[in-house]
Design a protein around this ligand. Structure first.
Ligand code: ATP
Ligand code: MG
Length: 388
């Protein structure tokens, strides 16, 4: 029998929830990513719970133990149980009855086997009791040990139930896989058009996570080969991704987030639309793209140090290695202060002419590598305007 050791098993709040749900004989188990990651020795973000008690019963059991519940996803059998101020997602064992693309009609079940069979991959269908005993209804343990990403059941049938699973396949492959099963890959290729019916929000969620993997380059190359990449990110070019990952390791990336840099390298035609990026995320993409066209200090001055640093890494991946001391150069650009304000040019100038003059002076300031003093800049602003 496989046993799990993980700090979360000692979490009193989790123990409280499991005890409440199993007080009258129902099964209450930890499931999915938490079990998978704990077995791999990877960090665990959140602990999901699966129970043989149907939702109404789970709510009754939790409340009988004095725990508050919130029906966060009650239509698909999920309630959030609050213990010690933290929420645990509790999903009742389910069995897929009928599926029309994404919309699965589900029935509750008291059999763990049913619940395991509606999950996507064998390594995601592992369960653990509160004392760490691992339950493996579909043979996920050997797959996990070999880092083999295998669909539960026939890949074609499982993809046809929910085309998002194509992207989950590549995402989990990037994070936890070593081997890609050939017939699973073939199924992804064959059924890829189904992704056009999946919402861009869900696609965006998976792609962000995929590109956040330590090294997503092989998974992304396989996606390109399978014809999946151009469907979700039209115009994306994954050619330099392995070089980018190497450069990241060589240079170090500090606190810079991963996926925005990888996405900017892929340079799809309309990332913001394709992935439903937030306004802020889209702005970051625009800034990195603009920074790619400027010398590093100017990029840091105009677009911020982070966007400039991301662009330096991308350019290095494309073979344009930065000069020694580039970090210092970025800091210099980011900290440079343009010494003029609109007030300095008033009342001589006003309206659009004022804006234009300021812009010219600032361009000259940046072109001088931030060295032109105030007087020279004033002269440029006023002279140029007089000539115009
Ligand atoms: P992480 O949260 O670390 O990204 P996870 O495995 O917990 O990974 P979630 O998206 O949180 O992933 O899903 C939790 C579990 O629900 C999965 O482990 C899997 O068992 C199941 N699951 C999620 N999405 C699907 C899906 N589209 N089809 C089938 N099962 C799914
Ligand atoms: Mg999860």
């Amino acid at each position: 029998m496989t046993r799990l050791t993980a700090p979360f098993l000692d979490d009193p709040a989790l123990k409280q929830v499991l005890a409440a749900l199993s007080a009258e004989g129902a099964q209450a188990l930890i499931v999915g990513g938490a079990v998978r990651n704990a077995l791999l020795g990877e960090p665990v973000a959140d602990v999901d719970i699966s129970t043989s008690a149907p939702p109404a019963e789970a709510i009754r059991l939790a409340e009988a133990a004095g725990l508050r519940t919130v029906p966060t996803g009650i239509e698909h059998g999920t309630v959030t149980v609050i213990a010690d101020g933290r929420g645990f997602e509790v999903t009742s064992f389910r069995r897929d009855v009928e599926t029309f693309g994404r919309r699965a009609v589900v029935a509750y079940s008291n059999r763990i086997e049913d619940d395991a069979h509606r999950r996507d991959f064998t390594m995601n269908a592992l369960y653990a009791t509160g004392s760490g005993e691992v339950l493996d209804p579909v043979g996920g343990l050997p797959d996990l040990a070999a880092r083999r990403l295998r669909f539960v059941g026939d890949p074609r049938a499982r993809i046809a139930e929910d085309y998002l699973r194509i992207l989950r396949f590549f995402r989990l492959l990037a994070w936890y896989g070593r081997e890609a099963e050939l017939h699973a890959l073939a199924a992804c290729r064959e059924l890829r058009e189904g992704l056009t019916g999946i919402s861009r929000e869900r696609i965006g969620h998976e792609i962000r996570k995929l590109l956040d993997a330590p090294d997503p380059s092989r998974a992304v190359a396989l996606m390109a080969e399978a014809g999946v990449l151009p469907l979700v990110l039209p115009g994306a070019d994954a050619g330099d991704l392995p070089e980018l990952v190497e450069i990241e390791q060589e240079f170090g990336t500090g606190a810079l987030p991963r996926w925005p840099r990888r996405l900017a390298l892929l340079a799809p035609r309309d990332a913001a639309g394709a992935l439903r990026l937030s306004r802020e995320e889209a702005r970051v993409q625009d800034h990195i793209a603009a920074a790619l066209a400027l010398p590093a200090p100017a990029a840091a001055y105009r677009l911020g140090r982070a966007a400039a640093a991301q662009s330096v890494l991308i350019r290095a991946a494309r073979g344009d290695r930065p000069a020694f001391g580039w970090c210092h150069e970025l800091a210099r650009g980011a900290e440079a202060k343009f010494p003029l304000t609109a007030r300095d040019l008033m009342p001589e100038l006003s309206g659009p002419a004022l804006g234009e003059a300021l812009r010219r002076a600032e361009d000259a300031f940046v072109a001088s590598d931030f060295t032109l003093p105030r007087e020279a800049l004033l002269r440029i602003a006023l002279q140029q305007e007089a000539r115009a």
